[in-house]
Ligand binder design. Structure first.
Ligand SMILES: [Zn+2]
Length: 254
């Protein structure tokens, strides 16, 4: 009997693996060299800048209260967005800038690698999408995109904020989000402590991979901080509002 219970519990343990996933670049060994990550909301429109900064701070707080860790600092600066800082910005030309659908993508998180590190991050909000005009929805979008900046990919748990579908009734992080981020942060700190260098960061040829579920690699991005060629990795953001299921009020991202 004891043996059966033991075997059963073993079976249950193996079933209860987490559903969160790491982004491809993070899985490949790239990571932020230090935390917290300094993000700047940049906008020429001061009113919009203040609104986004306040919502972004709110989104940061959700993660930080759950993780009890200072993962991002958000400040704001009026002016045109620059390309050598970690930026959160509103795009009125989202489709052309990112090559993504303005009707189905809410935002995108871009991570640039330099050497063994994730050298820079950028969150671009689709200013043409009506959902982003609602502060509570924009907050959900930013909670999700912030998750991508550290290397957390889409989760298979539908209720998670990191699910590839936007929960219009988001009211806090799911256990899976917290487990995912907690593991991402622990792994980041482990790599920082040992000065980990991914073998992939030394390869001379920039790797490119086909578009997959959550990420697109684009080789040979522009320079920026960090030196050397940078790989541009689009993490298909929260975005993709392809269809809304009226019964559950969830919008789906492809
Ligand atoms: Zn996403």
């Amino acid at each position: 009997m004891v043996k059966i219970i033991f075997l059963l519990s073993l079976a249950l343990c193996s079933l209860s693996s987490w559903a969160f996933r790491y982004t491809k670049d993070f899985s490949d060994g790239f990571y932020w060299s230090s935390l917290p990550i300094q993000f700047i909301v940049m906008d020429t429109d001061s009113q919009r800048m203040n609104m986004i900064a306040s919502i972004a701070q709110d989104a940061v707080s959700d993660w930080q209260e759950a993780l009890i860790d200072n993962l991002w600092n958000v400040s704001s600066q009026q002016g045109s967005p620059v390309s050598n800082r970690n930026i959160i910005r509103w795009s009125t030309n989202f489709g052309q800038e990112t090559g993504m659908s303005e009707s189905s993508t809410l935002a995108v998180a871009v991570r640039y690698t330099g050497g063994p590190y994730i050298a820079r991050g950028e969150i671009i909000i689709n200013g043409k999408h009506p959902i982003n005009s609602f502060s509570n929805q924009l907050k959900t979008v930013l909670v999700h995109e912030l998750g991508h900046t550290l290397g957390l990919d889409h989760s298979e748990v539908n209720e998670a904020v990191m699910a590839p579908s936007l929960d219009l009734h988001y009211d806090g992080l799911h256990y899976d989000d917290i487990q995912g981020m907690s593991n991402t942060v622990m792994e980041t700190k482990r790599r920082q402590a040992i000065g980990y260098v991914s073998p992939l960061s030394r390869s001379e040829t920039t790797q490119s991979s086909a578009m997959s579920c959550g990420t697109i690699d684009i080789s040979g991005g522009d320079g920026g901080s960090g030196g050397g060629p940078m790989n541009l990795i689009f993490s298909l953001g929260i975005g993709l509002m392809v269809m809304i299921f009226s019964r559950t009020s969830r919008s789906r991202r492809s």
